[in-house]
Design a protein around this ligand. Structure first.
Ligand SMILES: Nc1ncnc2c1ncn2[C@@H]1O[C@H](COP(=O)(O)OP(=O)(O)OP(=O)(O)O)[C@@H](O)[C@H]1O
Ligand SMILES: [Mg+2]
Length: 415
């Protein structure tokens, strides 16, 4: 670089790849690629099943099962898109995708179905179920075609509301004259089948497809494809991709985690002005993601558990590394009093300590105190300054902000 630009504080952003417009949408979980490596056989089964519609036949209902990040949602969206495309000018096919974590009641699933096709407009709430059912039935029959109803994360719905919805959809299908509904359930918990009535179970289970976790090599192929789609293959080193693949395969073969890690590594490399993503960026991205996940866990703890953790953090801040349960109880009591929260019993606090332990935020080990019996020794596993900052963002602790250390907290309460 020549002239005055030499010392410009934005210099690093002018060099390397950072000036290129990378399309980060390609790395979003909602992006559905045109090719899905290592899902050929699963896609093949689905193509054979739904291809029957194109020949005037009847597909089976399908249950897709597999761990997180194994491509279940993406494959089904891909199939729906391809099928709607292939059916143009032949038959009416509409694939309706419902995320049951968001639409978590029967009304809203029926409303989505009814409003996804032409016909009577159904309000978001307010109708009796009978009226809703009749309107959806009329709309679907007028459509004169095939509805593929994909119920994603169906286990969550069934655990919360039971299996009535499945029964109602199967009943609706049997009462249709000119249209058909095929059900596709997606889940990562096969045990949810235990919650199903046997009639519903056998109908839903006509075709079961299991998506296995990806191996390290398979994830590598998926990542290479993504990098090519984004047009940045010269910007990401092979070593970085291999490392992400191997880390993600250790974490249950989850392609979502791998793609997230890739995106975070690219962003890190760009922000530090480098012209290639290397292993070091991957390690930093991984640490960053783990750190973010921990902070998110702390942010979403119930307020009393936050009070307990804050007590422990303040103890740690005062210099001690390990504390007894007695010390922790006292610290918690001080925080609860200071924040005007009801003080819970030692038994409840003990349960909350176990919760914090299983979340990995603290370690609680039972230690013998000789003739004084046994106690748990508590240690913190997270950055205490950052954790404290996150907890103090909760408005329940607003009054404590001016009392950053245990000593001051005690002082404020005692005097
Ligand atoms: N074979 C594949 N080829 C390309 N991309 C893939 C493949 N499998 C998964 N992905 C990508 O990985 C991410 C996670 O996939 P997806 O959301 O389908 O997982 P899932 O099985 O539905 O997980 P969950 O149970 O957590 O919902 C998505 O971004 C998806 O595009
Ligand atoms: Mg999914």
């Amino acid at each position: 670089m020549q002239g005055p630009m030499m010392d410009n504080i934005f210099k690093k952003y002018l060099e390397g790849k950072s000036v290129r417009n990378i399309d980060f949408k390609v790395f979003e979980p909602s992006f559905v690629p045109n090719k899905m490596p290592h899902r050929e056989s699963e896609i093949g089964i689905l193509v054979d099943n739904f291809g029957k519609i194109l020949m005037g036949g009847m597909p089976k209902n399908v249950l897709i099962f597999g761990k997180s990040g194994t491509g279940k949602t993406a494959v089904m969206k891909y199939i729906g898109r391809e099928l709607e495309d292939a059916s143009k000018n032949r038959v009416n096919i509409r694939s309706i995708f419902v995320n049951c974590q968001i639409k978590d009641n029967s009304y809203s699933i029926f409303e989505t179905m009814g409003n996804s096709i032409e016909g009577e407009k159904i309000p978001f709430t307010g109708w009796s179920f009978d009226r809703l059912y009749a309107a959806v039935k009329k709309n679907i029959d007028m459509y004169n075609g095939n509805i593929i109803l994909v119920l994603d994360e169906i286990d969550r719905f069934v655990k919360k509301n039971g299996d009535d919805i499945l029964y109602q959809v199967l009943l609706l299908d049997s009462e249709l004259e000119k249209s058909r509904i095929t059900l596709v359930g997606i889940t990562n918990d096969l045990k949810f089948m235990d919650y199903l009535d046997s009639r519903v179970k056998s109908r839903l289970n006509e075709e079961k497809i299991v998506f296995p976790p990806y191996t390290s090599e398979q994830i590598y192929d998926i990542l290479i494809d993504r990098v090519n789609i984004a047009g940045i293959n010269d910007f990401v080193s092979e070593g970085a991709l291999r490392l992400i693949s191997s880390l993600a395969s250790q974490e249950n073969g989850d392609a979502r985690k791998a793609i997230e890690m890739l995106k975070a590594s690219i962003q890190l490399a760009i922000s530090s002005g480098e012209n290639k993503v290397e292993e070091a960026h991957v390690f930093s991205a991984k640490n960053r993601m783990e750190y973010d996940a921990i902070m998110e866990t702390i942010k979403t703890l119930p307020v009393q558990t936050k009070a307990l953790l804050l007590g422990i953090l303040l103890l740690r801040e005062s210099g001690t590394i390990q504390f007894t349960t007695g010390e922790v109880f006292e610290a918690y009591r001080n925080v609860a009093n200071g924040a005007n929260l009801p003080v819970l019993t030692p038994r409840r606090i003990s349960d909350m300590l176990s919760d914090l332990d299983s979340l990995g935020l603290i370690s609680a080990n039972v230690t013998s105190l000789g003739r004084y019996g046994r106690t748990k020794m508590i240690e913190i596993n997270v950055s205490f300054t950052d954790a404290k900052k996150v907890i103090l963002e909760d408005e329940n602790f607003r009054g404590l902000k001016a009392t950053p250390t245990m000593k001051q907290l005690r002082f404020n309460i005692d005097h």
